[in-house]
Design a protein around this ligand. Structure first.
Ligand code: SAM
Length: 311
């Protein structure tokens, strides 16, 4: 049995931000909607605390956990965090979103052995200059990360591409081809306005209608993921492409099944808001019982509401 909010939306997913540190500086980054702390170098939550939160969540029917950040691989103790969460009875899915830069050198394999089953890798472009301009990093390192993930046996490996007007829209066909060639799934993501300036947003936001039209024409099958924002999945003859369209999309919000945990241990009901957070880390440190921690989740769940509301 899962918790359901006041709009009837089940709570099935937990997205835990485990650090604010990152080795890329993506121009478009929403930073999971978090306010950036002055001192980002010290981690706020220990592996035990992160696993504890996940355990309480799973006890309430949340069966899917995603680790994010910042860049989760900046934490040396990531394998420990993964192993702890993967071992929680009742968990059905544990995944990681990463820029992939540090997946090489045996790390992908180590995470696979720790119990991670799948990864999403941010890949805004295949063109070195565009990738560097957008992220500050080297695309060859990200691609080495994709290869390492595939080799380690993660399945599926998804490639996350935030599509930006006048920057990487033209790269989409090559990214589709790359996904087909590598057996990965491409996710095309509409730019979210959070933590980016109005100027950046208006210069680079672009609806994904054109891409969807092209995908519709090529698809042999189109599906929806009702528990993942009702997002569309286009199955082309040789590749799958998912389209994530959060902007002014009531369907997207009505099918949101997520709660977030900020990197400093606060339950965050919505990416777009910071005015309704519930501190869970302090009670953990004060020795609160799991029943008390469950109550905090229940309270945070009552604060969940669609950002884009239905009439
Ligand atoms: N560093 C990790 C990474 O690159 O995946 C995890 C953090 S990143 C914030 C998590 C995901 O958010 C990535 O897939 C990224 O593409 C997506 N993302 C970042 N900024 C975004 C924005 N403004 N709008 C939509 N998606 C965004």
């Amino acid at each position: 049995m899962s918790l359901t909010d006041n709009c009837g939306r089940p709570l099935l997913n937990l997205r835990i931000s485990i650090t604010q540190r990152c080795n890329n500086q993506c121009a478009y980054c929403h930073r999971e909607g978090e306010v950036q702390r002055a001192n980002r170098s010290a981690e706020k939550m220990t592996p035990e605390e992160i696993v504890h939160i996940a355990k309480v969540a799973v006890g309430l029917g949340i069966s899917r956990v995603k680790l994010t950040g910042g860049e989760p691989l900046m934490r040396k103790d990531l394998p420990e965090i993964v192993a702890g969460i993967a071992g929680v009875p009742g968990l059905r899915d544990l995944s990681l979103t990463t820029n992939g830069l540090l997946l090489g050198g045996g790390m992908a394999k180590k995470l696979r052995e720790s119990g991670l089953r799948r990864v999403n890798i941010s890949l805004p472009s295949l063109i070195p200059e565009t990738y560097r301009k957008l992220t500050g990093g080297k695309v060859e390192n990200a691609l080495a990360g994709v290869e390492a993930a595939i080799e380690a046996g993660f399945y599926p490996v998804k490639l996350n591409t935030v599509v930006l007007k006048d920057v990487n829209v033209g790269d989409v066909p090559d990214l589709i081809e790359y996904a087909a060639k590598t057996g990965t799934i491409l996710q095309l993501i509409e730019l979210d306005p959070i933590n980016v300036s109005n100027k950046y947003y208006s210069a680079h936001h672009r609806s994904l209608e054109e891409q969807e039209q092209m995908l519709k024409e090529k698809a042999v099958q189109v599906e929806k993921r009702p528990f993942m924002h009702n997002r569309q999945i286009y199955r082309l003859p040789n590749v799958t492409v998912e389209v994530v369209k959060p902007i002014e999309n009531r369907e997207f919000c009505m099918h949101c099944t997520r709660m977030r945990v900020t990197s400093d241990g606060k339950l965050k009901p919505c990416l777009m808001r910071n005015d309704n957070l519930t501190d869970i880390l302090t009670p953990i440190r004060q020795g609160a019982s799991d029943e008390k921690l469950k109550e905090l989740f229940v309270k945070a769940n009552t604060l969940r509401e669609p950002y884009n509301k239905s009439d």
